[in-house]
Design a protein around this ligand. Structure first.
Ligand SMILES: C[S@@+](CC[C@H](N)C(=O)[O-])C[C@H]1O[C@@H](n2cnc3c(N)ncnc32)[C@H](O)[C@@H]1O
Length: 240
């Protein structure tokens, strides 16, 4: 049975769901991905390679897992994580305390109307957010608007493995086991049932490439990781 909300109710549904699971979010992620999620984020940050002293933005930042890595690359630069679920950012506050106020900050805001002027950021990342927005094309357009000419964006999202056997194993794990991990470690089976269901409804990596191009991104490429369970797309904003 589908628990996906209708489009008009999705933003409120998503915000409430992440508020509920915020406290256990990082723990469930590490266990559910066998600890691979942080290495996928490393690939994303290496792909955008924020310049030293530059500005980086992480959209749908959640608990801010990208921020320490972005800050490490852009030494003396500044990294901003934007999200519309306050409790997620509160749960990640200790990461910002470690970085200090001169390196990183959280900002409340909507990925579909980013609260930043055009041409603001050298590097933009987003991870596991796009499944949750009501308009993926608009999210890509907004990231393009706030990127500086020559800036790079990379997006990490779920995908379905191509190999039929791996695909079957992945489906059994994702739809049968993950909701129980969510229940045991995050106390919320429903949220971790939404996860595989929203992943099934998510565009293929090929379609995501088209959406990025249509939003203005150039040189778009993608690569699969984790036996094809995730894909990282990278694109650039043309230099002026
Ligand atoms: C699955 S979490 C991913 C968090 C983090 N990026 C990571 O890699 O773990 C998705 C996050 O996207 C945020 N989100 C979803 N839709 C959003 C929107 N329209 N604007 C801002 N944040 C949004 C949620 O609040 C949630 O924190």
């Amino acid at each position: 049975m589908s628990i996906l909300p209708p489009t008009e109710a999705k933003a409120v549904y998503v915000e409430r769901m992440f508020a509920r699971i915020a406290a256990g979010y990082d723990r469930v992620n590490r266990v559910m991905t066998f600890g691979l999620d942080q290495s996928w984020r490393q690939h994303v940050v290496a792909a955008v390679a924020p310049p030293v002293g530059g500005r980086a933005l992480d959209v749908g930042t959640g608990t801010g897992d990208f921020l320490p890595q972005l800050a490490a690359w852009s030494r003396n630069g500044f990294s901003v994580g934007v999200d519309f679920t306050l409790p997620m950012m509160v749960a990640g506050q200790s990461k910002l305390v470690e970085l200090g106020p001169h390196q990183a900050a959280f900002v409340g805001g909507d990925a579909l109307r980013l609260p930043f002027p055009a041409d603001s950021f050298d590097a933009i990342t987003t991870g596991f957010m796009l499944r949750n927005v009501t308009d993926i094309a608009q999210a890509f357009r907004e990231m393009h608007r706030v990127a500086r000419p020559g800036g790079v964006m990379a997006c990490l999202e779920v995908a379905r493995p191509r190999n039929p056997l791996v695909r079957l194993g992945h489906r059994l794990y994702f739809e049968g086991v993950v909701p129980w991990i969510g229940q045991l470690l995050g106390g919320d089976r429903r949220a971790y049932t939404y996860l595989p269901q929203s992943a099934r409804a998510f565009p293929t990596p090929e379609r995501l490439t088209e959406l990025m191009r249509d939003a203005g991104w150039h040189h778009v490429t993608y690569r699969r990781y984790g036996l094809g369970a995730v894909a990282i797309h990278v694109g650039a904003k043309l230099a002026a």
